[in-house]
Design a binder for this molecule. Structure first.
Ligand SMILES: Cc1cc2nc3c(=O)[nH]c(=O)nc-3n(C[C@H](O)[C@H](O)[C@H](O)COP(=O)(O)OP(=O)(O)OC[C@H]3O[C@@H](n4cnc5c(N)ncnc54)[C@H](O)[C@@H]3O)c2cc1C
Length: 424
């Protein structure tokens, strides 16, 4: 039986690709371990004690407070997923997601530091740096004694990072770097910078090389950017490389390996952004549920109106789905499996949902949501950055379609992301 005509040469259509293999469907236990719950509790308590009482004032004044980052370091947050032998807390990627969620639930600026310091920089050093570099840079970063960030974007290139124009010229036992990096989180306060420059522009992305730059290196300076829409309680700025002298010992990986290193760093950064956006969406829902009970119209609390219920239900559905996408990517990371595809999907979905949730939250708050009397306007301003950095929503849309169409496949890396080493 079938729909094929006799003698037809047309091949039957495939209904769907093969179902996922068992190895892709394991770990379907959604319960958190005691250690993961402890991270969640500690992070929430930290946010309530240290961040929430001050966030309105810091955001309004567009001021960052390095002291709060240092407290996060002292609490073990900045090295949470780094193994203990490198100064970290040795926790797994799900615990790390919960930490990002709780920090962004309070304010995006405190997840951003986890993205750049821990995700884009420290986890990248763990994967790609040599032992000497790990001792010198990763250990103090994981302990929270030094702050670190990541400089890829330039005035002329963002999404198209393979086309960057900062240059690195070898000169004996050092490189001379020239160019500038813009929109760099923590630019004016970080101590260590993972920056990318090309040793040969004619080689395209194969010329890009990664370097660790310290504040204080000859030819290196920074400046803050002002007038941002959101993340006002965080620092964002510019890095200037003017004949900046970087020892050869500070090159991470091989010459020409920098683009691969940057993309694997972004796999970690995107994970933190996705997890943080779940926290932002949660904050939107929390504020909206509270307000839906408090505010009365037409003789009843607004939560009783079906169209308000619709917004709340939609916020909840996306939140649950997004959290599961993050946990799926985190589970692969725990196993040391490449998660570029899963992380991109989680980042795209969670950040878009956070923007939608913030818009709904303002709508539920009516005119009051339109003012800074309630936090929801800050949530909207903060949510918008996340659909721009670490791959815009358009770039993730294209990536996901390319995976589906078979135009994109991930290959094993020379240095794979290390798996979580502890017991689950
Ligand atoms: C608050 C904040 C913090 C940041 N922190 C850092 C940091 O710490 N380190 C760092 O290196 N960078 C950082 N960035 C920069 C960020 O990574 C870039 O802004 C991002 O990569 C997008 O690049 P762009 O802004 O140059 O946009 P562009 O690449 O110029 O894109 C402009 C528009 O065109 C669209 N577009 C581009 N190419 C395509 C395409 N092929 N198909 C369809 N649409 C396309 C984009 O989606 C976007 O809508 C930060 C940015 C912000 C806002």
């Amino acid at each position: 039986m079938g729909l094929r005509l006799r003698g037809s040469t047309r091949r039957p259509d495939r209904i769907s690709p093969d179902p996922p293999l068992p190895s892709e469907t394991h770990h379907l236990d959604f319960s958190l371990t005691d250690a993961q719950r402890e991270v969640q509790r500690t992070a929430r308590a930290f946010a309530e004690r240290e961040i929430l009482p001050r966030i309105g004032e810091l955001d309004a004044a567009a001021q960052y407070d390095r002291g709060l980052y240092e407290k996060m370091g002292a609490a073990g947050f900045l090295g949470l997923p780094i193994p203990e032998r490198y100064g970290g807390s040795g926790m797994d990627y799900i615990a790390f997601a919960l930490l990002c969620e709780e920090m962004e639930r309070a304010d995006t600026a405190f997840r951003v530091i986890l993205s750049v310091h821990t995700g884009l920089n420290s986890l990248t050093l763990l994967q790609w740096a040599n032992e000497e570099q790990k001792e010198r840079y990763l250990v103090p970063q994981a302990r929270g004694e030094k702050l670190a960030t990541f400089g890829l974007t330039e005035p002329g290139v963002g999404s198209d990072a393979a086309n960057l124009s900062s240059t690195a010229r070898r000169d004996g036992d050092r490189y001379i770097l020239n160019g500038s990096k813009v929109w760099i989180s923590l630019a004016d306060t970080a101590d260590h910078f993972l920056v990318f420059a090309t040793v040969d522009r004619s080689k395209g992305h194969r010329g890009i090389t990664a370097f660790i730059v310290e504040r204080g290196f000859t030819g290196f300076s920074t400046e803050s950017l002002h007038g941002k829409l959101g993340v006002r309680a965080g620092n964002t700025g510019i890095l200037y490389l003017s004949d900046c002298e970087v020892p050869v010992a500070n090159r991470v990986g091989e010459e020409g390996e920098g683009f691969t290193i940057a993309m694997s760093a972004i796999d970690q950064g995107r994970y933190t952004v996705a997890a943080g956006s779940v926290g932002l969406a949660q904050a939107c829902l929390d504020a909206s549920l509270k307000y839906a009970h408090e505010r009365k119209t037409f003789g009843d609390e607004i939560g009783r109106h079906q169209l308000v219920k619709e917004m709340l239900a939609r916020m909840h559905a996306g939140l649950e789905a997004g959290r599961l996408l993050v946990f799926k990517a985190g589970t692969r990371k725990n196993a040391g499996e490449r998660s570029t595809r899963e992380t991109s999907l989680a980042k795209w979905f969670c950040t878009d949902h956070a923007v939608g949730s913030a818009l709904d939250a303002i709508q539920i708050h009516g005119a009051y949501g339109y003012s800074n009397e309630y936090p929801v306007e800050r949530y909207l301003r903060n949510s918008k950055g996340s659909v721009i950095y670490e791959g815009t929503s358009q770039i993730h849309t294209l990536l996901q379609a390319d995976y589906l169409l078979g135009y994109r496949r991930d290959h094993p890396l020379r240095k794979p992301q290390p798996p979580f080493e502890g017991e689950m």
